[in-house]
Design a protein around this ligand. Structure first.
Ligand SMILES: NC(=O)c1ccc[n+]([C@@H]2O[C@H](COP(=O)([O-])OP(=O)(O)OC[C@H]3O[C@@H](n4cnc5c(N)ncnc54)[C@H](OP(=O)(O)O)[C@@H]3O)[C@@H](O)[C@H]2O)c1
Length: 359
């Protein structure tokens, strides 16, 4: 070997021995990535251990307020077809009896019972307490309470009659507080139960036309978060459902007075079927999930508005952490398009007013 070759070989050896330091950052990056992947996998694996045990609906007593129509009736059917005993609560007795007949068609055994109770859930707590007592005497302690009784109106803030603001808070908010208050002590004694509040996507975002409705649905979220912290040690889980527009008699009634802006904004997402919504809500309540949303829009809204709300699985928490920024970006585009709908409607109205004056 010539002296030149020897020198070159020495340099190559030196480089080989010393250049692995250059790879050190990559090796460290790989190790960190491997740790993160292993950590996330571990979280996914232990997630079911931390999540609540699913409630068995077979043989359970489920009380559904607003169970005579729309989403509430479909929730009652979904629970009944899984073997539950049902108490339907609403005001109109004829509608209740009709709903009872419809629910009974889905029996899976001949022991199942559907009980009907006519009461206004929003007016007098002692009345609500007494009918819940009656229901518990007949069908046993309540395992799951579904607070679905509710009503909606839409209209421009200054055009909504002042007493409607009070009425909506009474029906949508107090109408959920009273039945919940009436079942909670027994649930705590039994150290088990599920409480469901049927809010709305309008309980996650304030939209044009919902100045009376939205606050009554936002209020349920505050109630649910505070209550969940109190009753979690008693193995009682709260679910807040945020349905999108759903094809029910309630929606048909609301559509009669919807301002054009509200209609156009609502049209950006479709209308769901109540049985489809009910299936998702019941599944989430059975699993003890705090949030229950429908469809991709609902998923995005729930992740965006999770704030300090409880998580019922690590998977859910991880998804929220990862998706928050992206969803906020998408939401800004939605907000921009809603603002532009409102502006266009205003300009059109002003132009047609001006044209009317000229004529
Ligand atoms: N449909 C939608 O697009 C939609 C979307 C998001 C959220 N939601 C919410 O989902 C729930 C059900 O809506 P829906 O569209 O299915 O309504 P719906 O078809 O009008 O049914 C409402 C039910 O609530 C009962 N109810 C109303 N006020 C009551 C009161 N003071 N006391 C006892 N029962 C009362 C009604 O029976 P009586 O009138 O006989 O009492 C009926 O059984 C509501 O809370 C609503 O805000 C609906």
């Amino acid at each position: 070997m010539s002296s030149e070759e020897a020198l070159s070989s020495t340099i190559t050896d030196w480089l080989f021995i010393n250049s692995w330091w250059l790879l050190l950052p990559f090796i460290m990056l790989l190790v960190v990535a491997a740790f993160i992947v292993a950590f996330v996998l571990l979280l996914y694996m232990i997630s079911p251990l931390i999540s609540p045990k699913p409630l068995k609906l077979n043989g359970a007593h489920v009380v559904v307020t607003g169970g005579s129509s729309g989403i509430g009736k479909c929730i009652a059917i979904e629970c009944y077809r899984q073997g539950a005993f049902i108490t339907l609560v609403a005001r109109d007795e004829a509608k209740l009896l009709q709903a009872k007949k419809e629910v009974e068609k889905f029996a899976i055994n001949d022991k199942q019972v559907v009980l009907c109770i006519s009461v206004d859930v929003s007016s007098d707590y002692s009345q609500v307490e007494s009918v819940i007592k009656q229901a518990q005497e007949k069908l046993g302690p309540v395992d799951m309470l579904v607070n679905c009784a509710g009503t909606s109106i839409s209209g421009k803030f200054e055009e909504v009659e002042v007493d409607r603001f009070k009425k909506l808070m009474e029906v949508n908010y107090l109408g959920s507080v009273y039945p919940t208050r009436a079942v909670i002590t027994t649930m705590k004694e039994r150290r088990m139960g599920r409480i469901m509040f049927v809010s709305s996507q309008a309980g996650q975002i304030g939209l044009f036309g919902y100045t009376a409705y939205s606050p009554s649905k936002f209020a349920l979220r505050g109630l649910a978060e505070s209550l969940q912290m109190e009753i979690k040690p008693y193995n009682i889980y709260v679910t807040v459902a945020y349905p999108p527009d759903t094809d029910t008699p309630g929606l048909a009634e609301e559509n009669k007075t919807k301002p054009l802006e509200t209609k156009l904004i609502s049209e950006t997402s479709g209308v769901c079927q109540p049985d489809q919504v009910a299936k998702i809500i019941v599944r989430d309540a059975v699993q003890g999930n705090f949030n229950s949303s429908v469809g991709p829009d609902g998923y995005m809204l729930s992740a965006l508005t999770c704030g300090m709300s409880p998580v019922t699985s690590i998977t859910e928490g991880l998804q929220q952490i990862v998706t928050m920024g992206l969803f906020r970006t998408i939401a800004l585009f939605y907000l921009g398009s809603f603002d532009s709908i409102v502006r266009r409607c205003m300009i059109q109205r002003e132009q047609s007013k001006a044209a009317d004056k000229r004529e």
